[in-house]
Design a protein around this ligand. Structure first.
Ligand SMILES: *[C@@H]1O[C@H](CO)[C@@H](O)[C@H](O)[C@H]1NC(C)=O
Ligand SMILES: *[C@@H]1O[C@H](CO)[C@@H](O)[C@H](O)[C@H]1NC(C)=O
Ligand SMILES: *[C@@H]1O[C@H](CO)[C@@H](O)[C@H](O)[C@H]1NC(C)=O
Ligand SMILES: *[C@@H]1O[C@H](CO)[C@@H](O)[C@H](O)[C@H]1NC(C)=O
Ligand SMILES: *[C@@H]1O[C@H](CO)[C@@H](O)[C@H](O)[C@H]1NC(C)=O
Ligand SMILES: *[C@@H]1O[C@H](CO)[C@@H](O)[C@H](O)[C@H]1NC(C)=O
Ligand SMILES: *[C@@H]1O[C@H](CO)[C@@H](O)[C@H](O)[C@H]1NC(C)=O
Ligand SMILES: *[C@H]1O[C@H](CO)[C@@H](O)[C@H](O)[C@H]1NC(C)=O
Length: 401
């Protein structure tokens, strides 16, 4: 880990943060309290979840999924406060906040269940008013050599959940369906690339493109960790130009699957499925195990005004290639080949993520609090249109099955 470079950037923020502790505790708003649980005579009670007593109103929240993603942030910023709240992962029980509670960090635990549960617990916690908070999902991921490389930093517009499918083992389908690329088939249909007949609603998420583009513009000014000589050797084994080059910042999309897939076949299959699910809009370049889950939690929280879905950024840095180079078979590559280490991807989380956080803090009053300048022009939300608007993916109606 090249801490010198991380600390140089951190000191820019750190020096500005070093101020006496001051909690911005809100005055109690009795009107809001009364509005929170409206009187009703009907047997249909709808509770909103106002947070009139919230103490912490962070401007930026970093979301890590496990220890290795968390630690570079803990080292680079003054996360001196530990706040333990109900519902977090048993391994990661505390939220960390900086000296003046302006920036906070949560570690969700890995996989879709952990991510959704932890983000929900955070969002419902009465101590935190997150209605104006910007969230930076900052994790490492597998990378597609056609679009990114080891140490590369990807910022997504779409997050696609590809694991929600039927699955048959090869021995069970290959006689009848010799052309199938994999044993996966979308729900409610019998063709591998047929648009699903039914969905659970978490299959595709689209986030704010204008905010994503601002984060990319700023990240491009960062001096990234280029990785090890072993990383460089692995890059050189791929025919793809992007894979061979030094890491930079990329705009491309993330898939989520609890199933940690690798190899050419499943990468081809899920790349194609991503196109199908998003009606051609998304380009799969990074694979991770949580983003759709976190985004589902954010969607539900936004519905009640507890967070602003427009303020979510999804950043994934590339720790390893998700398919082998032509000269190595998939098993040998996955289980037996060192790709040169993940330290560049961990460093680059902080190096590429800090500029947007710095921008949010330094232009809070003039730009970010109101959230107008970088508000979305694209559709944002899930496949159902839960937050309003009409997605350019999905269908008019799905069966519930
Ligand atoms: C907290 O620290 C940030 C970062 O330096 C600074 O921009 C902000 O004004 C501080 N907020 C308060 C309430 O002191
Ligand atoms: C109090 O809450 C009401 C209803 O949510 C809102 O309209 C009003 O602006 C709030 N007042 C203050 C001072 O925040
Ligand atoms: C806060 O949590 C971190 C790890 O999550 C730990 O290293 C640190 O010691 C804790 N600090 C306090 C004051 O408990
Ligand atoms: C995936 O898509 C590519 C490009 O559209 C196509 O050439 C390829 O045959 C597809 N793969 C499968 C297994 O259908
Ligand atoms: C990475 O390589 C680029 C291009 O050569 C260079 O500009 C940059 O300074 C290098 N980064 C570091 C941290 O050395
Ligand atoms: C891994 O490497 C060792 C030593 O070179 C070799 O004996 C073993 O067969 C390899 N395993 C796989 C799965 O390629
Ligand atoms: C997406 O593609 C499916 C399958 O072709 C189609 O039924 C659906 O109408 C398309 N959705 C949009 C918004 O174009
Ligand atoms: C998860 O990601 C997949 C693939 O990008 C997408 O189809 C799905 O809608 C996403 N679900 C959520 C909840 O984001």
């Amino acid at each position: 880990m090249k801490l010198t470079s991380v600390l140089t950037i951190a000191s820019v923020i750190g020096s500005a943060i070093a101020q006496p502790l001051s909690l911005e505790k809100r005055a109690i708003n009795n009107t809001a309290l009364e509005d929170a649980i409206p009187a009703t005579t009907k047997n249909n009670i709808q509770a909103s979840y106002a947070k009139p007593f919230s103490i912490y109103q962070p401007k930026a929240f970093i979301i890590s999924m496990f220890e290795l993603e968390r630690d570079p942030w803990l080292e680079s910023l003054d996360f001196i406060h530990n706040i333990t709240v109900p519902g977090l992962s048993p391994i990661y029980t505390t939220i960390h906040c900086t000296t003046n509670f302006t920036i906070c960090q949560i570690t969700t635990g890995e996989g879709e269940i952990n991510a959704a549960s932890s983000v929900t617990a955070l969002g419902l916690n009465p101590l935190f008013d997150l209605s104006k908070t910007y969230f930076l999902i900052a994790g490492i991921a597998g990378g597609e050599p056609a679009y990114t490389t080891l140490g590369g930093v990807t910022f997504a517009k779409y997050a696609v959940q590809v694991g929600l499918e039927y699955q048959l083992a090869y021995q069970d389908y290959h006689a009848e369906e010799p052309d199938w690329l994999s044993g996966y088939v979308p729900y409610g249909v019998d063709g591998q690339y047929t648009y699903p007949g039914n969905v659970y609603g978490t299959e595709v998420f689209e986030v704010n493109e204008a905010l994503r583009n601002r984060a990319v513009e700023l990240a491009l000014t960062a001096k990234l960790n280029n990785g090890t000589t072993a990383n460089a050797h692995i890059r050189s084994l791929y025919p793809d130009k992007v894979a061979q080059e030094l890491p930079t910042i990329y705009k491309c999309d993330v898939v989520t699957s609890d199933n940690y897939f690798t190899g050419n076949v499943l990468n081809d299959y899920f790349a194609n499925l991503t196109k199908v699910l998003t009606n051609g809009s998304a380009t799969y370049c990074s694979t991770a195990q949580e983003d759709n889950a976190s985004l589902e939690a954010f969607t539900r929280l936004d519905k009640y005004g507890l967070v602003d879905f427009d303020r979510v950024i999804v950043m994934r840095t590339i720790s390893d290639f998700s398919r082998p180079p032509p000269s190595i078979n998939a098993v040998e590559f996955f289980f037996n080949t060192s790709q040169g280490g993940i330290s560049a991807s961990l460093d680059n989380l902080v190096l590429a993520g800090t500029p947007i956080i710095h921008d949010i803090l330094s232009k809070w009053d003039s730009v970010y609090e109101a959230g107008v300048k970088y508000e979305s022009k694209n559709y944002v939300g899930d496949i159902f249109g839960t937050l309003g608007g009409t997605p350019n993916f999905g269908k008019k109606s799905f069966e519930i099955a």
